[in-house]
Write a protein that binds this ligand. Structure first.
Ligand SMILES: C[S@@+](CC[C@H](N)C(=O)[O-])C[C@H]1O[C@@H](n2cnc3c(N)ncnc32)[C@H](O)[C@@H]1O
Length: 287
């Protein structure tokens, strides 16, 4: 008897969600490096503080415009991975309440501290997405900027975002991985050639496969001349898992980096929450 083989399955390209997971695993810090140093790092709240003066100098981002056009006057916003609020305080002129979810307490403290300056009521929710989906109620617009790069179960993350939005979900990501700019330093310090992730393209493919009807718009931000400060060196050092004895070398490598295009993508699609639901649970912080 002839064995029947499914050649279509054998040659089928990986599903977009699997490709995303593979990209994430390939970008993980190798055990040899992590184990050797036993160092670890967490995102630094001060780096993600909302800076209205810098915000005002930026070109209007598609992510903000698309969120504003879907937000009713006095409407509610859920910002997942809110950090210090740079992703949603630009919506403060129309928003009645911004609910910020973050897994780091220091980020939420920064978010709450900036709310009076932004002139909007906020509610901070400590939790990890998508598990925290049950800690928030439906809102008009859900935003999520630069907070899903590490999501292994990307479909679950996106489904949870969609389930809480009455009108629209707006995600912003970089075209490449968040620390890909440091790949030349990985080569110099660890001898490892790391590949850039193609985050925005992969995410777009995942959304298409999920049938969410997402639209994408890119913008290239003006190049920023980043001074090589001790803070920037420490930022790079923590992500390279080496000690302070390498700081001088890291500073020189950072100075030698060629300019990089900073392309970001906004992706937006309709929400799936029932219209007419109430605002987020809990108390708003009046300003
Ligand atoms: C790169 S910062 C961006 C902050 C802010 N959205 C912005 O655009 O300035 C990413 C934030 O998302 C948070 N974050 C990442 N993954 C998360 C998750 N699964 N659940 C909750 N917060 C998360 C981090 O703690 C961090 O504050």
């Amino acid at each position: 008897m002839t064995a029947i083989t499914d050649t279509a399955t054998d040659t089928a390209p990986p599903r977009p969600g699997d490709r995303w997971r593979e990209g994430l695993r390939a970008a993980a810090v190798p055990e040899a490096v992590r184990g050797r140093s036993e160092r670890t790092f967490s995102l630094e709240p001060d780096m993600f503080r909302w800076r209205p003066d810098q915000d005002a100098k930026q070109p209007p981002r598609p992510s903000r415009l698309r969120a504003l056009e879907a937000l009713p006057e006095g409407g509610t916003v859920l910002d997942v991975g809110v950090g210090g609020g740079a992703s949603s305080f630009g919506l403060a002129s129309r928003a009645g309440l911004i609910i910020g979810v973050d897994r780091l307490e220091g980020m939420l403290e920064s978010f709450e501290a900036s709310a009076p300056t932004a002139g909007v009521a906020v509610r901070a929710v400590l939790g990890t997405w998508p598990e925290a989906v049950d800690d928030v109620d439906d809102v008009d617009v859900v935003v999520c900027h630069h907070a899903l790069y590490g999501a292994e179960e990307i479909e679950d993350f996106l489904v949870a975002l969609t389930s809480r939005a009455r009108h629209r979900v707006v995600v912003e990501v970089s075209s490449r991985g968040p620390t890909d700019a440091l790949n030349p330093l990985w080569k110099a310090i660890h001898g490892e050639q790391r590949q850039d992730r193609v985050v925005a393209d992969e995410l777009e493919a995942v959304l298409a496969a999920m049938g969410l009807g997402a639209t994408r718009e890119d913008i290239v931000l003006p190049p920023t001349v980043r001074e090589v400060t001790p803070q920037l060196v420490a930022f790079a050092r923590r992500r390279l898992f080496v000690g302070e004895e390498r700081d001088e070398e890291i500073a020189q490598l950072l100075r030698d980096l060629p300019p990089r295009e900073h392309r970001i993508a906004a992706l937006w699609w309709p929400g799936a929450a029932q219209a007419g639901g109430g605002p987020g649970r809990g108390d708003a912080v009046p300003v």
